[in-house]
Design a protein around this ligand. Structure first.
Ligand code: PMP
Length: 415
């Protein structure tokens, strides 16, 4: 525990939505991999901006604009501290992880990758770390290769060592699978990639909200993540990149704020990171994201991670007792985050989700935007539980009881 003791009740009081009932039962929110809930501190910061100093940033001489600019830029500094970056110039605000990956595929990929160059991704990726590279392949003739996964949902590292080589110009890999919770040894992959001069993008959409992050230790060149999965508002993503890369890359979107000068013939670019933030950014939500970062930093990411791992251990052990259940993912708790993907024999995951919703338990059912993972197992979907810092052991009890109920209910319907 870092600054304050882990006080589960106090934490839960910070999240007003957790007091609600769903279908007459207390809400048990277990869809955190899709998006997290927001504490009052974040909601208050958002309101304060609109109420007290709403103004456009960077170009204003008036007080409100200067206050808004200072608040917005201060969040860049908080991101730097949160991920162990070197300077605010390395932090670009985007709309989300997806936009950050597309930014890299456009600005870096189109400028620096040649036909025949290899981009390596993995079978574990979210669609947002697959499709931008497929688009680049189709447009530029780069070769897209996949590191396969093993049956337990971990990456085939022997294949990774075989596939990543001198032709690999870019490796784009998730640090945590949203479908299975697998934690990928990205530092090892990055070290391997760097032996061949390969640039490494880490998709931290699932890892940065749940694990301590240090970009220097990761060894990545790009790291991307979304505020909304880490207590912050929707509409804010982060691209961290090594400063030299941002300097070398051409802009992604053109427009206001990203230029230094514009004539009718041509334009020159603003300094990084502004070169990559065209137009009015999501000022309010970036500012509120600052409160989310403060909240997580005060708890300490080690403590967040420990808490989720405790819930995961209990959930896995108890769910294993449900008749007809298949639990996907590694048995090694150190190799996974707080995600449980499962199926019940003969029951569609959507039906599981429906029965659980009836008990107030919110989970996700579907392909989780990771269809290659589903294809690996020859299934269309799984039911997925994902924990966060406000979840409790009592909620694990409610989950397990509801899954038992689903198994009984559909078992009865079948006969
Ligand atoms: N990568 C991973 C691993 C994810 O889990 C997600 C969100 N489910 C994304 C990328 C995309 O994030 P966003 O929708 O915020 O762009």
């Amino acid at each position: 525990m870092s600054i304050r003791e882990w006080d589960q009740d106090a934490i839960r009081r910070d999240f007003p939505v957790l007091r609600r009932e769903v279908n007459g039962r207390p809400l048990v929110y277990l869809d955190n991999a899709a998006t997290s809930q927001k504490p009052v501190q974040v909601i208050a910061e958002l309101t304060r901006y609109y109420r007290d100093y709403n103004a456009n940033i960077h170009r204003g001489v008036h007080t409100l604009s200067q206050e808004a600019t200072a608040a917005y830029e201060a969040v860049r500094d908080r991101v730097v501290a949160f991920i162990g970056a070197r300077a605010p110039e390395e932090i670009v605000f985007t709309r989300n992880t997806t936009e950050a990956i597309n930014l890299v595929a456009h600005a870096y990929g189109r400028a620096f990758l040649q036909p025949g160059d290899e981009v390596v991704i993995t079978e574990l990726e979210h669609h947002s770390n697959i499709v931008p590279w497929q688009l680049l392949r189709d447009e530029r003739g780069v070769v897209l290769r996949y590191v396969p996964m093993l049956a337990d949902g971990t990456l085939d590292m022997a294949e990774a060592r075989r596939i990543i080589g001198p032709r690999t110009k870019l490796l784009a890999v998730t640090q945590m699978s949203n479908a299975l919770g697998t934690i990928v040894p990205v530092a090892e992959l990055a070290a391997l990639a760097h032996q061949h001069g390969t640039v490494v993008l880490v998709d931290g959409a699932q890892s940065v909200p749940h694990l301590p992050t240090d970009v220097a230790a990761l060894g990545a060149d790009f790291l991307v993540f979304s505020a909304h999965k880490m207590l912050g508002p929707t509409g804010v993503g982060v691209l961290w990149a090594r400063g030299e890369l941002l300097e070398a890359m051409p802009p992604f979107l053109g427009g206001g704020d990203m230029i230094l000068t514009v004539t009718m013939e041509h334009s020159t670019w603003n300094a990084v990171p502004h070169k990559f933030e065209a137009g009015t950014p999501n000022i309010a939500d970036v500012i509120a994201f600052g409160a989310a970062l403060d909240y997580l930093a005060a708890l300490g990411m080690d403590a967040v991670c420990r808490h989720e791992r405790e819930l995961l251990g209990v959930a896995l052990e108890r769910l294993a007792t449900v008749p007809g259940i298949t639990l996907y993912g590694s048995a090694d708790l150190d190799a996974r985050g707080g995600v449980v993907s499962f199926g019940l024999e003969g029951i569609h995951p959507h039906d599981i989700g429906q029965v659980l919703d009836g008990a107030g338990v919110a989970i996700r059912a579907g392909h989780h935007c990771a269809q290659p993972v589903m294809q690996h197992y020859g299934i269309a979907a799984t039911a997925r539980v994902s924990f966060y810092l406000y979840n409790t052991l009592a909620e694990v009890d409610a989950l397990v009881a509801a899954v038992h109920e689903a198994a009984r209910f559909f078992g009865r319907v079948r006969v």
